[in-house]
Design a protein around this ligand. Structure first.
Ligand SMILES: C[C@](O)(CO)[C@H](O)COP(=O)(O)OP(=O)(O)OC[C@H]1O[C@@H](n2ccc(N)nc2=O)[C@H](O)[C@@H]1O
Ligand SMILES: Nc1ncnc2c1ncn2[C@@H]1O[C@H](COP(=O)(O)OP(=O)(O)OP(=O)(O)O)[C@@H](O)[C@H]1O
Length: 285
């Protein structure tokens, strides 16, 4: 028997860093949405108690450093099932891009192993196991559009998902380390997007108002370190995106367009500038 799970990327429409906690982590307030750009995972049972990870991506670790490995191990320890897991990852989401690829793979692994061994774990059970592996995983377990608070572990689905639109993703050829960004920011001097207005515009289905309230507290730091991120934002607006914002700790910039033709125009105009350009839809159930 094999189980197949899709692992969609996430975008941060809004990300506010509220304060730094005594343990070094940051209290966040975010609006996140899943998009139609996904990794694909296949899970098979193995007779012996081992974990094998195969992937089409040459850059990724296949040992304990991979989030998939950690998720399988957490499930093995908790549920003590007989046998091991062979996971095959088809990587489509750019790595270290601010699109939560590794977190979504881990979430898909929790779902997949749960099904593969008929473990009947519920969302709360899986969320508890997920938090120590990555703070984006609780959102990835639920998907769609949500307000995400705490360290990332408190996920509250919005009354309505993000209004249907086109998302242009542009990833410059740099990788950004999330731990490094969090260790370098000075919390007192960060900008604070209006997450409450962003949330209400989405819940009211008001696309235009939503585009006016996108924002990311981490953007100033990443754009100062990598000015190319600001260039991409400026170009997106110049070529017709309704709004543009950096996702997560970067470096991917997302541009929103209500019309497909305009999204394709923005994407085509940026292709000469960056190699990795995607046009996707948001993912609503
Ligand atoms: C920036 C975001 O992408 C927004 O969605 C996420 O918060 C990051 O999620 P992630 O990649 O799953 O990151 P994690 O592996 O959980 O955390 C990486 C590192 O970022 C820092 N970190 C993360 C989350 C948080 N609320 N405060 C932090 O300070 C910590 O130093 C942590 O060791
Ligand atoms: N399954 C995986 N897919 C991608 N990266 C992984 C995976 N497992 C471990 N990693 C490691 O995690 C690091 C960050 O990868 P990822 O693509 O999840 O970053 P990200 O998109 O910036 O995530 P976020 O937006 O949650 O910060 C990489 O350095 C990579 O080697």
């Amino acid at each position: 028997m094999e189980i197949i799970e899709k692992a969609p990327a996430k975008i941060n429409l809004g990300l506010d860093v509220l304060y730094k906690r005594d343990d070094g982590y940051h209290e966040l307030e975010m609006v996140m949405a899943s998009i139609d750009l996904s990794d694909r995972l296949t899970f098979k049972r193995l007779p012996k108690n081992e974990i094998i990870i195969e992937t089409n991506s040459g850059f990724l670790p296949t040992d304990r450093k991979n989030n998939i490995f950690q998720a399988i191990e957490a499930m093995q320890k908790t549920y003590q099932f007989d046998g091991g897991v062979h996971a095959i990852l088809q990587k489509n989401i750019p790595v270290a891009a601010g699109l939560g690829g590794g977190s979504s793979d881990a979430a898909a692994t929790f779902r997949g192993v749960n099904r593969l061994f008929d473990l009947n774990a519920n969302l709360d059970d899986l969320t508890r196991l997920a938090i120590p592996i990555g703070t984006d995983i609780p959102f990835c377990l639920q998907g769609e559009t949500a307000l995400v608070t705490g360290l990332g572990e408190i996920v509250t689905p919005l009354k309505n998902p993000i209004p249907q639109c086109w998302v242009v993703l542009v990833k410059p050829k740099i990788s950004v380390s999330t731990p490094r960004v969090f260790s370098k920011i000075e919390v007192d001097s960060l900008s604070h997007p209006d997450i409450s207005s962003l949330k209400s515009s989405i819940e009211m289905g008001d696309y235009q108002s939503m585009t006016q309230h996108l924002g990311n507290s981490l953007e100033d730091y990443t754009t100062r370190k990598f000015p190319v991120v600001q260039h991409i934002k400026d170009k997106m607006i110049q070529f017709g995106a309704d709004a543009a914002v950096m996702s997560g700790s970067g470096p991917t910039v997302i541009g929103l367009c209500d019309k497909k033709t305009r999204a394709l125009h923005v994407a085509n105009s940026l292709k000469g500038f960056c190699q990795e350009v995607y046009v996707v839809r948001t993912l609503n159930k």
